[in-house]
Every structure is written in C-alpha cells, then in structure tokens.
Design a protein around this ligand. Structure first.
Ligand code: IDP
Length: 161
C-alpha cells in the first residue's frame, strides 16, 4: 500500500511552465503546449495574464541583483504570458530538458529554446528548475482551486452513455 502511495505521489509531480511574451507574440503557444501533451504530461492548470511587476519580482526574487534584472522585468511585462501547470513522472527535470539551456545558443535543436530562439533575453519559455521551486512558483501564480484534477476518458466507464 505504501509503495502504491509513493508511486501515485511520483506521478503527481508538478511544474510551472510559462510561455513568455515573445512566445505569445510569435504564436508559439500551441506548439509549446503540443510538445508537453505529446510527451505524455497532463495539463492541470492554464491561464493567460499580464503579469504584474509585483508578481514577477517575487517569481524572479533570486535574480534581483543581476545586471539584466530590470530588462528581464520589462521583457516579462511587454505583453501577456500563458502560464501552465503540468503534472507527471519527473516532470520538473524532463521539462527543463525539453526547454533547453537558458541561453538559446547553447540549447540543442529539439528543445523549445533551441528550435525557437536565438538570444538569452528573448528565450520564449520558462520552466521551474526544482521540485521545491515548482511548488513555490505554482503557489505564486495559481490558486489551488484553479488547478484541476481529471481522469482520462479511456480510464472512465462509458456505461452511463
Ligand atoms: P532559466 O529561465 O533557464 O531558469 P535563470 O538563470 O533563472 O534561467 O534566468 C531567468 C531568465 O532571465 C532567463 O530565462 C532569461 O529570460 C533571463 N536571463 C538570464 N540570463 C540573462 C542574461 O544574461 N541577459 C538577459 N537575460 C537573461
């Protein structure tokens, strides 16, 4: 029973992925969502918003002293973002691999940044970098009620149809 519970928890790992303003403006939202769906992850939260400076300063609190910090905030407030919560086995680490290196020049082809971007200041997408970081970011961007648990139709009885 314990083993079953641990396995269940493992499949419930969650991460925060965001399409940044340049990704929205370049109509890349669909392709980015498609990659995560196709890989096998489960979309449990999704919204579009213009992020406030207050929210972004919390989100990027560890970067406050970096020389690019103010430029980063200007970038992230230059248009709406699409923020998502994805769930599944090892989703944090696998998402980072799918997104690629922070600097697109070092991101291999096949990754989101490697396929869609050329400069670190416009790198299209965000993905949490640790399980703890993901929990913090999900709490920051989402209310618990807006994260939805759902079952796949092929695991649901159709006897009542
Ligand atoms: P990550 O997004 O890959 O986790 P972080 O180091 O946490 O990378 O940086 C957050 C974001 O800040 C990056 O995704 C990128 O948009 C921006 N950034 C990082 N380094 C630079 C830089 O040297 N110049 C401009 N922007 C940067």
């Amino acid at each position: 029973k314990k083993k079953k519970l641990a396995a269940l928890k493992d499949f419930r790992e969650r991460t925060l992925v965001a399409v940044k303003p340049d990704g929205v403006q370049r109509r890349l939202v669909g392709q980015i969502i498609q990659r995560f769906e196709q890989r096998g992850f489960k979309l449990v939260g999704l919204k579009m918003l213009e992020a406030s400076e207050e929210l972004l300063s919390e989100h990027y609190c560890e970067l406050r002293m970096k020389p690019f910090y103010h430029g980063l905030l200007r970038y992230m407030t230059s248009g709406p973002v699409v923020v998502m919560v994805w769930e599944g086995h090892n989703v944090v680490q696998t998402s980072r691999t799918m997104v690629g290196h922070t600097n697109p020049a070092e991101a291999p082809a096949g990754t989101v940044r490697g396929d869609f971007s050329i400069h670190v200041s416009r790198n299209v997408v965000h993905a949490s970098d640790s399980v703890e970081g993901a929990q913090r970011e999900i709490q920051l961007w989402f209310q618990e009620k807006d994260i939805l648990n759902w079952d796949c139709c092929d695991q649901t009885s159709t006897g009542d149809v």
